[in-house]
Design a protein. Sequence first.
Length: 269
Amino acid sequence: MDKKVVLITGSSSGIGKSIGTYLTQKGFTVYGTTRNPKNYPDFKEFELVQLDVKDVESIQKAVSHLISKENRLDILINNAGVGITGPIEETPHEEILNVFETNFHGPIHVMKAVLPQMRKQGGGIIINITSIAGYMGLPFRGFYSATKGALGLITEALRMETKDFGVKITNVAPGDFATNIASGRYHSPVIKGSAYEEKYGKTLKGIDEDVDGGGDPIQVAEAVYKIINRKNPKIHNPVGAFLQKFSLRLKKILPDKVYEKLLLNHYKL
């Protein structure tokens, strides 16, 4: 059987790169994407193609390039995304629009581009990389939580709409992993004299420390590989430290106000 062909968005670094490298080692034909491949002249792990998830034309061009070379597309991993922090009241609206364009609308554009090919060939797998943060509204990360939560709900809906096409659709929700996401994240400035100055400043420091102390992103790659090899993958696949995954279980069984109190204590708010 020919090697399965994989497309991974946002794979020049971090979780996307780990997934691509791991799947290449497992014998898959991997195409990764980045907005500007020229910025990575020494990238050798797998082929990088130009794709900006906010640019529908670039998505269509990249997908057409891949299909013209391979004549099929077996697996899409929607990984491209950006982070954002800040008080909801003080976050510039253009940054809110940007994070939704990247984390929510972008994956939808890519799925629309690949579904005709998967339908034509009688099957495929789409894995959306969401986040454990998408299962709860986190203080000063509300917009990030909202984008990832929305993508998780789209995943649920699309599974049902496409069930007769042989396409499996699921999501992987990572917790905190040691990547460079903090360097590309938009931080609303800590405004001197703001009502949020002290609490946001402390929370922002803690968020960055959680990422720096996070696990190895290879864990996410291993989870993706297991999903690809499952006959009927679960809809939701959280990956992360025990307490992060356990927090999802607690949210299901605890009263809302009790769970909110746990989050407030965690963030020292």
